[in-house]
Write a protein that binds this ligand. Sequence first.
Ligand code: ZN
Length: 116
Amino acid sequence: MVQQGEALQVINNEESARIFRGWAKMKQETREMAFALTNGYCGCCKECVEQADQVHHLLPNTDVNRKLFPLFTDSIFNLCGIFSGCHLNKPIPTIRPEQAKIYEEWLQKNTKGAAK
Ligand SMILES: [Zn+2]
């Protein structure tokens, strides 16, 4: 049985690798569009006036989610510019898998996979 501390370590390593892959793979154009969604400000909440310096995935950018929602996960519909301090320390916007499924179906029907 995995101890709680060990499980946390696994999650942290996996998460770091995932974030690195995300940053390496995301197109500059997509990143700029995510910042434009909130006029360059952090999208954590309506009151925040920090400058966005990272792109946040509303539905987490996990391997499982990438398999389930291949077009949606890195699409502009799942992204939001955010300040790194808020990304780590504040409740941030999310999306439910049920919503992601609807967006994925729309993207599959309307983009012929061009976004991938
Ligand atoms: Zn913020």
